[in-house]
Write a protein that binds this ligand. Structure first.
Ligand code: NAD
Ligand code: UDP
Length: 330
């Protein structure tokens, strides 16, 4: 298939491009580099031996995006492009709503116009709100705690309604849990601008000595050791789920959790990082981070049954690969 990958130079998009190319799909990338670097294109070429077509454009810009649909026989779109910093979405809500919603609307409009029938969307476990885990796809969605989460819930609705109104259009909503790790080559991984918000990139910076210590946000949750529990998923496993999703897409809207089904606490992750990599990660316990929930992990059975996809890599692989990338690149 010929697949347009928006945000294809970003963290998850770049790993997915590798898996698509490995599975003999053709890839066109559209990315405005707002949170990625052009060097990733060279790295993708070095890893796969293929240099995908690349367009440096903003996918909210319909006039710039339309020629790609006119000039290429696109079979499917995987839409990663979006702004993703939860805290920033609170201080810049319009930027987040505009970027994340207009991109989804422009892309789905062009898909319908040009008869592109397959669409895979990057959603998030955040759409479940605070509900007991394991989280299942059929659960009712609850209000999320920030504009970023709302853009995911709204995009899901926009795409679902577009499918209802257009027979030939089919969508997969992939609800990611906590993507971490990096490609085994150590060439691509997660390299956020500034001080990281998420746990794993913060841990790697502390291990490297670029940040002094990790603040563990709360040890009084009702969890195994009092610290927050999440379902960490290796980015390469996550990337493979996209290949299965687009290859299996036929009609309607389908929703899948993409997680391992296992919860890991902050301290369990930090201890695994230190043990596997033989490095120290100094930390201190501080107060809870506003908006955080105690526990969030997937029921991952539906993706296995319907897509034949299951996470294969564990916490040891995730901490090892995240550290290799940090040492080689950042
Ligand atoms: P990322 O920031 O590394 O990648 C996003 C890419 O999209 C970047 O390369 C950025 O330059 C590009 N982009 C953003 N807005 C654009 C626009 N208007 N036009 C063109 N390009 C644009 O993020 P990621 O971690 O790879 O996340 C990919 C998707 O998955 C996002 O939609 C994100 O919200 C979603 N998601 C991520 C996580 C996570 O923890 N990483 C969890 C759940 C969902
Ligand atoms: N966390 C932490 N210190 C940090 C960053 C995160 O203790 O510097 C905790 C956070 O409270 C949560 C877990 O690590 O329990 C995962 O947080 P992250 O921001 O990576 O993901 P999310 O909260 O969005 O699931």
């Amino acid at each position: 298939m010929k697949i347009l990958v928006t945000g294809g130079l970003g963290f998850i998009g770049s790993h997915t491009v590798i898996e698509l190319l490995k599975n003999h799909h053709e890839v066109i990338i559209a990315d405005n580099l707002v949170n990625s670097k052009i060097e990733v294109l060279d790295k993708l070429a070095a890893i796969t031996g293929v240099r995908p077509d690349f367009y440096q454009i903003d996918v909210t810009d319909e006039a710039k995006l339309e020629p790609i649909f006119q000039n290429h026989p696109i079979d499917g779109v995987i839409h990663f492009a979006g702004l993703k910093a939860v805290g920033e979405s609170v201080s810049k809500p319009i930027e987040y709503y505009y970027n994340n919603l207009v991109s989804t609307m422009v892309l789905s409009k062009l898909c319908v116009k040009y008869g592109v029938q397959k669409f895979v969307f990057s959603s998030s476990a955040t759409v479940y709100g605070d509900q007991p885990s394991p989280l299942k796809e059929e659960m009712e969605l609850k209000k999320t705690t920030n504009p970023y989460g709302e853009t995911k819930a709204m995009s899901e609705r926009i795409l679902t309604d577009t499918v209802k109104a257009n027979d030939g259009f089919a969508v997969v909503l992939l609800r990611y849990f906590n993507p971490v790790g990096a490609h085994e080559s150590g060439l691509i991984g997660e390299d956020p601008n500034g001080i990281p918000n998420n746990l794993m990139p913060f841990v790697t910076k502390v291990a490297k000595g670029q940040l002094k210590k990790l603040s563990v946000f709360g040890n009084d949750y009702d969890t195994v050791d009092g610290t927050g529990v999440r379902d960490y998923i290796h980015v390469v496993d996550l990337a493979k789920a996209h290949v299965k999703a687009i290859e299996n897409l036929t009609k309607g809207t389908r929703v899948y959790n993409i997680g391992t089904g296992n919860g890991t606490s902050v301290l369990e992750l930090v201890n695994a990082f230190m043990k596997v990599n033989g490095v120290d990660v100094p930390y201190e316990i501080v107060g809870r981070r506003p908006g955080d929930i105690a526990t969030c992990f997937a029921d991952a059975a539906k993706a296995e049954t319907e897509l034949g996809w299951k996470a294969e890599l564990g916490i040891e692989d995730m901490v090892r690969d995240a550290w290799r990338f940090e040492q080689q690149n950042c």
